[in-house]
Design a protein around this ligand. Structure first.
Ligand code: AMP
Length: 541
């Protein structure tokens, strides 16, 4: 190798911790508390407190590679764990507080969590499984509701107060594990994905580019997406790099609280799953004159498909821009972003259609789609196949080497998403592999039907699933949630979407329900719908 090259400087979260103190100390961090008051701190305080946490963990006997779990809402102490835990060499493991206690116990043991940082407001939930965590040594309680820390636990604030504010990070290998996130898979046991320091830092650098998520020091970011879901899409780390003011919602995730927070804190970029934004759109539609969201530059929507009607509704009726993005826990998570390339602009309908795709890959993520034999398919925008991705922040295996069949021999990760890819690289998800509707040998896209149904003015939410059929094996059935006081029947809904689909793709039946069942991360839980309504066509036959 030639001599006289650049330094071999590791890409680690320790640098982000250093940076929030040395460069961005003046930047504000706002955290919403359970009683709806807001705590205001600075990055300088964040730096010092994360440093104290790192020192305290060392004092408690936490070693490099040990797992320190969080069971917490989005707030500054959670961010301190994001920075302080990896900076001292341990791995921050974000437990998903929407899971069942049995599942949480499984995950905490699978991860071998030794320390848990838990919100007092979540203590009743934590208490349901903490006794099951075999190697649990310390529980640090963030007293967000003000009461005393339960017996046998440590008060997070007291632990920090006892620790030195001066932190000298150990030498860290950039490929060492920094964070552990579990998939929210609806079948089989959840699997762990280890993010390395390098993958996290590189991901933050690319996610911060203007055509990716794009944050600057002039922005104010609101991560509605939970910090227990795929590192809140890396936004906290991007903000640490760029010096972006952060506003945390705490436990208040209802549309009214979020809109108020956005308006009062002058949020410029907010990020969350479509169900959150659907609620916000309905709220704005009901009372558009009451809130001033002119501060909002864009809303990042991902985790499930953002319907074109929602993207259009925000822009036409409220002047708000949506950035649609795709990612997975296994991809740290950002994979693709739906930007409209310059040469494709000009025709409003085509632009909207492109914004509603999952977009094209961000730098260093590569995409391809394959048939069931693994043959790479043409990027013609027509042929459907399973999306595979690779890149420096794509998992190369699961924690404990489970699920090896998701990784191809030639170095790609099989996403389980069924897609089309066009010549420009735009990816369109037509289904999760397990949700594909196979009707008499034809594949019917449930996502396309849902998006079309959600453009009906009376429809709040639509989920289309495969119901068993005596002749065609499977046929599409739509589950519909109507907007409050709105009316629609099966015929009017089918008439509404008829022009956009061949006859065989139209749903055979429509069921009207109160709420679409959801996964722990807010995606439609179609397996539940299939369980409940899967025989509806057989019963009728
Ligand atoms: P998770 O690991 O829980 O974040 O789930 C990842 C899965 O969410 C992906 O494999 C997709 O099926 C789905 N997903 C994420 N973003 C989108 C999107 N923009 N449109 C459609 N599905 C998405």
């Amino acid at each position: 190798m030639l001599s006289g090259r650049m330094m071999d400087f590791p890409l680690t979260i320790a640098h982000l911790l250093e940076r929030v103190g040395s460069v961005h100390g003046h930047v504000e961090v706002v955290s919403t508390l359970p009683d709806k008051t807001r705590h205001r701190g600075t990055f300088a305080e964040l730096h010092e407190r994360s440093a104290r946490l790192a020192n305290a963990l060392t004092k408690l006997g936490v070693k490099a590679g040990d797992r320190v779990a969080t069971f917490a809402w989005n707030h500054r102490q959670h961010l301190e764990c994001y920075l302080g835990v990896p900076a001292m060499g341990a791995v921050v493991h974000t437990l998903n507080l929407r899971l069942h206690p049995t599942e949480l116990a499984y995950i905490a043991n699978h991860a071998d969590d030794q320390v848990v940082v838990v919100d007092l407001s979540l203590w009743p939930l934590f208490d349901k499984f903490r006794g099951e965590i075999k190697n649990l040594r310390h529980v640090l309680v963030v007293r967000d509701t003000g009461g005393p820390a339960p017996e046998g636990t440590l008060d997070y604030e007291a632990v920090l107060a006892d620790a030195s504010p001066t932190f000298d990070p150990p030498a860290l290998d950039e490929n060492a594990a920094a964070m552990l996130c579990y998939t929210s898979g609806t079948t089989g046991n959840p699997k762990g994905v280890l993010y390395s320091h390098r993958s996290t830092v590189l991901h933050a650098m690319i996610a911060g580019l203007p055509d990716a998520i794009g944050l600057s020091a002039d922005d104010v970011v609101l991560p509605v997406v939970p910090m227990f879901h795929a590192s809140a899409w890396g936004l906290p780390y991007v903000a640490a790099l760029t010096g972006t003011r952060i506003v945390f919602p705490g436990p208040h995730l209802d549309p009214a609280s979020l809109v108020k927070l956005m308006a009062e804190e002058r949020v410029t970029v907010a990020a969350g799953v479509p169900t959150i934004w659907m609620g916000i759109l309905q709220l704005l539609d009901a009372a558009p004159e009451k809130v001033d969201l002119s501060c909002v530059r864009t809303m990042i929507i991902g985790g499930s498909a953002a319907p074109a009607s929602m993207i259009e509704g925000f822009s036409k009726r409220h002047g708000l821009e949506v950035t649609h993005a795709w990612g997975m826990t296994e991809t740290n998570p950002l994979g693709t972003v739906a930007r409209v390339k310059r040469h494709l602009r000009g025709d409003a309908a085509k632009e909207l259609a492109l914004r509603a795709t999952q977009g094209f890959a961000v730098p260093f993520v590569e995409t391809r789609h394959v048939d069931s034999d693994g043959k790479v398919l043409a990027r013609d925008g027509q042929v459907m196949g399973e999306l595979e991705v690779r890149g420096p922040w794509v998992a190369s295996s699961y924690f404990g080497d489970e699920g090896a069949d998701r990784f191809t021999k030639d170095g790609w990760f099989k996403t389980g998403d069924v897609v089309r890819i066009d010549a420009e690289g735009y990816v369109t998800i037509t289904d999760r592999e397990k949700d594909v509707i196979k009707s008499g040998g034809e594949w019917i896209s449930s996502v396309a039907l849902e998006n079309a149904l959600m453009s009906h003015p009376a429809v709040a939410e639509a989920a289309v699933f495969a119901a068993k059929h005596p002749k065609w094996d499977e046929r599409p059935v739509a589950a519909i949630v109507l907007k409050p006081d709105a009316k629609a029947d099966k015929d009017s809904l089918i008439e509404h979407i008829r022009p956009s689909f061949p006859k065989f793709a139209l749903p055979d039946e429509v069921v009207f329900i109160e709420q679409i069942p959801r996964t722990s991360t807010g995606k439609f839980l179609k397996s539940k719908l299939r369980e409940q309504y899967g025989d509806i066509l057989v019963d009728k036959a």
